[in-house]
Design a protein around this ligand. Structure first.
Ligand code: GLP
Length: 238
């Protein structure tokens, strides 16, 4: 694992955006695995700036997102489809037909079949990750085993609490989601995890301070990937 320790989250976001831009400049039709959440908003804002300056184009890029809530229509303010459209897709020259967010409104079996088919047909050159305060990646919540493939999860109460800041109340936070499995995430050629926030300190320590892989702290599986970079500000350094 490579570590990049920055002065602050602004610097982390800019570094990650430059890395993504480099991947796309090298391979115009790269497939990017994308993430949602507060930690990645500024990464996308940087990418939008590159596009506006004419230094980056998404015209041949395809994308697959990590996860989606079950039961939120794509138009819902907190659906991950809406997040991606608002923060990136509507602001750059990407062909929306080349973007994929798992369809959270369909029946679980249909969502999973569609998602797994998409993952098989779009091998990812890159995967962007944030991390939950409980160490989750995508929505792979702490458990006694890793789900390898795309699966439906019951969200951890901690995750619902963390994400309730985006909703009017915790009762509105969905109880289920669909996520890439740990195996799907690990299939990306290159992974960058961006860490922001005091509440991620314990998970980051589990990731950086020993070599055990523990499904109760899902991000620790990244220790087994051959090209993973963890970007975090110096104040979170364990
Ligand atoms: C969300 C997403 C994750 C994200 C994480 C962190 O629930 N499913 O993909 O990385 O939790 O979110 P945030 O960046 O808002 O702290």
């Amino acid at each position: 694992m490579k570590k990049i320790i920055t002065q602050n989250h602004e610097e982390s976001s800019s570094l990650v955006a430059y890395s993504i831009a480099d991947i796309v400049r090298e391979k115009k039709d790269a497939c990017l695995g994308l993430a949602t959440g507060g930690s990645v908003e500024l990464v996308y804002a940087n990418l939008v700036q590159f596009f506006e300056k004419g230094t980056m184009s998404f015209s041949d890029v395809t994308t697959v997102n990590l996860d989606e809530y079950i039961g939120l229509p794509p138009s819902h303010l907190q659906s991950y489809r809406r997040f991606m459209d608002q923060n990136l897709f509507d602001l750059v020259d990407i062909d929306k037909a080349n973007t994929y967010i798992p369809p959270g409104m369909q029946a679980p079996e249909a969502i999973l079949a569609d998602f797994q088919k998409m993952l098989a047909s779009r091998p990812r050159d890159f995967q962007l990750l944030g991390i939950g305060s409980n160490g989750h990646i995508g929505f792979n919540e702490p458990d006694s085993f890793f789900g390898a493939n795309a699966h439906v999860v019951t969200l951890d109460e901690q995750t619902r609490k963390d994400n309730s800041r985006f909703f009017d109340s915790i009762d509105e936070v969905p109880r289920q989601a669909v996520t890439m499995g740990a195996g799907d995430i690990m299939k990306a050629s290159k992974i960058i995890l961006i860490v922001r926030g005091e509440n991620k300190r314990d998970a980051l320590r589990e990731l950086l301070s020993h070599d055990r892989v523990d499904p109760r702290v899902p991000c620790t599986i990244l220790k087994c990937h051959k090209d993973v970079t963890i970007v975090y500000p110096k104040e979170l350094a364990p």
